[in-house]
Ligand binder design. Structure first.
Ligand code: PEP
Ligand code: MG
Length: 555
């Protein structure tokens, strides 16, 4: 047995097979190429390789499962040879000068869309075959080997690190846990693991070797331990712990429907952070009062091209409908820094976390931004929508966004498409500038939500992805808490409400100071809601001044 220790990110004890995630899988970049003839040849060659592979698979399958079931590989060969499919791919290469793998990925998406709109179930099912075939083609174009992850159930995904665009694309139903050599607890991969209820350990270091690929292992996401090929005694102890934790979870369920109220009667709203529609079940299951942060950029990260208005509208609308009138705060897309994606074709920057990202990028590309705003406005009639702007540093950014929203409304008027006139527009307080200017921002925005992940990194000049900086002393919390208090006071001065949506909001040991400073809402990963409710119900914050002093937020 090999024992490895890392930092626990999300609790849970699970066993499975280790699958080392190899970075060179199906990342399709959108590029313009100089020589379309050569690119077309690459496509034709990939096609012939894929066809002969499928033929081989057919012959093996006939032996294993009979002609009928093996027929799937014949259908896939027909799809590769389809005239319309080939015409679309070669037009993208020859006329628009796109790289071959992008041309295949785009054509697959377009065809899939058409398939999904057909009445016939048979045709709808062909979407999966099309995806399979295109993944195969792309692998050949990129000269990559078969993706082992696709064939493994309940995998413990191990990697040196994972970026958000990789994490969101993994098939969650097959992921039992994540373990990484590097990373930090505020990284988006850690955040995603928490949101998706997937046990995770980060920062294991170089001891996590690729040679463990295929080994049986158990992850203890509570203690941050990874056991490779555990012995019977360790397995038994972990099983005991798993049962104990499951009982504790069961007990917390009794708090469903109860108020988030302290002993002295201070109430706070508890909302959930989500990355997309698939997280909603967990939001409802954990009795969230609303959605405090929908990171809409994950819709962009999941796709190989800009998600269009309809696709976004559908996702926002479904979230609003499922939340059934509860407040849903959708943050406009926050692309940039670690959440980069090739089709944005962002220029290389020396410090992308300080660069043309987030709201700056949106204002710089108003047509792209308006697509998202139109989708949001159209969805607003299906529930209680609030829009939130990320990375705000001054009032001008809010005003410019408001002008774009007005423009968008006129477009919808001309299309006779309805929207709500009661949409709150809030801003994130995640730059020191926003906290310092929060008196002015409060006059322009309907609410604040404090993004402590970024506010902390920008205030302290500490990269949020650097695990080695996580153990810094209590002063870093004091600096952060003081800025939070400034924002909180300024919001209240102008009659606005203020929430927290960074990971710090889920840190139980600080709950009393958040309440003492008057935070109105805390948004956390769905699984944190009931434990936090339990904590809040055990607190007495009647001595607010004393609590603020204790944390260095008052003299
Ligand atoms: C934050 O910065 O605290 C936040 C909630 O946004 P993100 O983690 O997506 O940057
Ligand atoms: Mg942020």
């Amino acid at each position: 047995m090999i024992k490895l220790k890392g930092k626990a990110v999300f609790g849970g004890i699970v066993s499975g097979k280790i699958v080392f995630y190899s970075r060179d899988e199906s990342v399709v970049e959108k590029r313009k190429i100089d020589n379309p003839d050569i690119e077309l040849q690459r496509y034709e060659y990939a096609k012939s390789c894929a066809l002969s592979q499928l033929n081989e698979l057919y012959n093996i399958a006939v032996g294993d499962v009979g002609k009928n079931d093996a027929g799937i590989f014949l259908i896939q060969q027909m799809l590769i040879n389809d005239i319309d499919f080939n015409k679309a791919v070669s037009e993208l290469i020859m006329q628009e000068h796109y790289n071959a793998d992008y041309a295949v990925a785009k054509t697959a998406r377009d065809f899939s869309q058409v398939f999904s709109e057909m009445d016939s179930d048979y045709i709808k099912e062909r979407s999966a075959d099309l995806k399979d075939v295109c993944d195969r083609l792309i692998r050949h174009i990129q000269n990559k080997s078969e993706n082992s992850f696709n064939v493994c159930e309940r995998a413990i995904i191990c990697a040196d690190d994972l970026v958000p665009s990789e994490t969101v694309r993994l098939d969650k139903s097959k992921v039992a846990a994540f373990c990484t050599c590097y990373g930090s607890s505020n990284s988006h991969t850690a955040i995603l693991a928490r949101t998706m209820n997937i046990p995770a350990i980060i920062g294991i270091g170089n001891g996590l070797l690729e040679s463990y690929n295929g080994c049986e292992a158990v992850v203890d996401g509570y203690s941050g331990m990874l056991y490779i090929e555990p012995d019977a005694q360790t397995r038994a102890e972990l099983e005991k712990k798993r049962i104990h934790e499951a009982k504790k979870k069961e007990l917390l369920k009794r708090l469903k429907g109860k108020k988030n109220i302290t002993i002295d009667g201070t109430e706070v709203k508890l909302y959930a952070n989500i990355g997309g529609l698939s997280d909603i079940d967990s939001v409802i299951e954990n009795d969230a009062g609303g959605i405090g942060l929908f990171r809409s950029e994950f819709l962009y990260l999941e796709n190989d091209d800009f998600p269009d208005e309809e696709y976004q509208f559908y996702n926002y609308r479904r979230v609003l409908e499922q939340m059934n009138g509860k407040r849903v705060i959708i943050r406009t897309m926050d692309i940039g820094a670690d959440k980069n994606i090739s089709y944005f074709e962002l220029e290389k920057e020396q410090n992308p976390a300080l660069g043309l990202r987030s709201i700056r990028l949106c204002l710089e590309r108003p047509e792209m931004f308006k697509t998202q705003l139109r989708a949001l406005l159209r969805a607003s009639v299906y529930g209680r929508l609030a829009i939130m702007l990320p990375m705000i540093t001054d009032v001008e950014e809010i005003r410019r966004t408001k002008a774009l929203i007005e423009e968008t409304k006129r477009q919808l008027d001309s299309r006779n498409q309805p929207y709500s006139n009661n949409i709150e527009l809030g801003v994130m307080i995640e730059t020191p500038a926003a906290a310092i200017m929060s008196d002015r921002l409060a006059q322009e925005a309907d609410f604040f939500s404090i993004g402590t992940n970024d506010l902390e990194q920008y205030t302290l000049a500490m990269d949020r992805h650097n695990l080695r900086l996580e153990s810094y002393g209590p002063d870093h919390h004091t600096a952060l808490l003081r800025l939070m208090k400034i924002a909180c006071d300024n919001a209240h001065r102008y009659g606005k409400w203020v929430g927290i949506c960074g990971e710090f909001g889920g840190d139980m040991s600080f709950a009393e100071v958040f309440l003492a400073m008057g935070i109105d809402e805390i948004s956390v990963a769905p699984s944190v809601i009931l434990p936090l409710r339990s904590k809040i119900r055990s607190l007495d914050v009647s001595g607010k001044e004393e609590i603020l002093k204790k944390y260095g937020c008052a003299d």
